[in-house]
Design a protein around this ligand. Sequence first.
Ligand code: ADP
Ligand code: MG
Length: 678
Amino acid sequence: MSAQSAAPIRAAEALRKKLAKIGLHREADLLVHLPLRYEDETQLTPAAAALGGEPVQVEVVVHNSEVQFRPRRQMVVRAADASGEITLRFFSFYPSQQAALAVGTRIRAFGEVRGGFFGAEMVHPRFHRVADDEPLPTELTPIYPSTAGVANSALQKLIGKALAEADLADTLPEDLRQRLNLPGFARSLRFLHMPPPGTDLATLQARNHPAWRRIKLDEVLAQQLSLRRAYLARRERGAPVLVARDDLGARLLDGLPFGLTGAQLRAMAEIAGDLAQPYPMQRLLQGDVGAGKTIVAALAACQAISAGWQAAFMAPTEILAEQHYLKLRDWLAPLGVRVAWLSGSLKSAARRTQLAATAADAQLVVGTHALIQDGVDFARLGLAIVDEQHRFGVAQRLALRKKGDNPHQLMMSATPIPRTLAMSYYADLDVTVLDELPPGRTPVKTRLVADSRRADVVGFVRKHVEEGRQAYWVCPLIEESEALQLQTAQETYAALSSELSGLMVGLVHGRLKADEKQAVMAAFAAGEIDVLVATTVIEVGVDIPNASLMVIEHAERFGLSQLHQLRGRVGRGRYESSCILLYAGPLGEVARQRLKIIFENSDGFEIARQDLKIRGPGEFVGSRQSGVPLLRYADLELDADLVEMARDIAEAMLVEHPVLAEKHLQRWLGSREELLKS
Ligand code: ADP
Ligand code: MG
């Protein structure tokens, strides 16, 4: 790519700062800053004929302009052409706009016309001054995504200049482009920025014109190239070769009360193969809630340990990390494995002991984020395991890896990532899917119950406990205020304690101290608590087979994956399990859709697919993409075929056309490529 396009945008400092806010830094960024929509300014409508519905353009001369303060502050401009009069109304405006609309000015205004008090009026039209006999444009006007203080016309000018000066040579190899029957890059860009006269607006807006397809493919291809390159670079880094030197794994399996599922065996084999390679594994183990990921991770840890290395196991919450610690210690300590435990809540003496063990002879270290803090040194970290990986940011996962010298990494997630999303954001990872639940699981019966029948639900809970089971009662999520959420949990706890008199009701929430939380969870696990009132701290991982009823209050406030995760806390033992979703009407459209999906589906992948449709990909990929829309044009649902295509192209292109590949990456990502690293 020419040095010129990689160069910063040539504009005044103030403008450059504003452009940076919308991701425009380089000349090259301008090229692929494509219109949101187009407006037809090639024609004029007489003011008298301008009526509601379609947006129109009028050319009028201002004959009165004033700022009014009632009923609210606004600038009211009256203007006319030969046919009649029109009012332009602005509720927010800059002094510069006021000046531009001085009496006597001739302007063209574009917008929708409504009938107002003074007859026809436009609210916040786009307008610009024109000379007496200024010719009309012959092309559709592209409307660009912009930010405060950057006029569309200014962007249009900058982009026009960039287009004229930049190197627009194609980065798709010619034979490929022809085979795919896609138009060239330069032609596509010019077409989208400056659609020729007569172009059908509908086709342009719908974004399925071949020019759009071409641009979307380019965009997805850049992402795939970048991910693929990272994937290949990883193979060049040296990692410890972890080959088991004893039968630790086999002994762990022998002691288990269950045999592995086919899916677990397959996952184990894949991981075992990776660990024995001389470059670092980076594998994502995906499995629906309850699929049994922990034992697979434990077996991986065994392989590292028996090869003479350490394994680390990091989980996002104290409750979960501690549960893993207890379980792994139960499994492994009897086999002679030294297990250490690090969490933020350790008292300083205990912490010192655990730190010393980690730096010396501990073989497995389990913990929370405490594992990645400064001052935590591993003697020989060979394998880093991250549970519920989507709850950690890139930086945190990286920090754990930095605790060793290119250790292998195993990430786990019960938030299933739809295939297209996995392919486009996690293509630098290898993915193993546990697509089979352990046998004997009872499907969870889901019921939707209106809040007005809460008393019946309380009765149901009592009956359930009298049958010897336990229940969770999850309090509503209150996103705006953690304090309010806590208060609600405490109120619910008080109410249920009296409604369920005679039963043991417990409470766990995020504000409890770690040891208090542990004590409550331990009491619940031991059956000393019948009904556990909880906030979403129990969302991930918690595993108590005798708890087979879950009530979720105000289920309409939860996201889909959260409901699925929560529901996954039950149905873990041999008892028939149910999940009652209490909701308060009237339900909004999105809430209704969500509840319907969770009611009708038990498969986490299907739920995630539907969730993607409702929410868009942003929330799935977590903190990694925060604020940076890496895919601006392609839509992972609608353009799934392009993602598949781009992946294959990227693989071949890096081998056969490395120069073009590099140029393509520069053009599309430039310095943003960093953001794609995992
Ligand atoms: P998740 O994939 O959600 O992390 P866990 O690893 O917590 O699931 O496993 C859920 C429960 O299933 C645990 O109690 C675990 O011991 C048990 N489990 C795991 N694998 C099997 C299996 N193959 N057969 C029976 N139970 C299993
Ligand atoms: Mg788990």
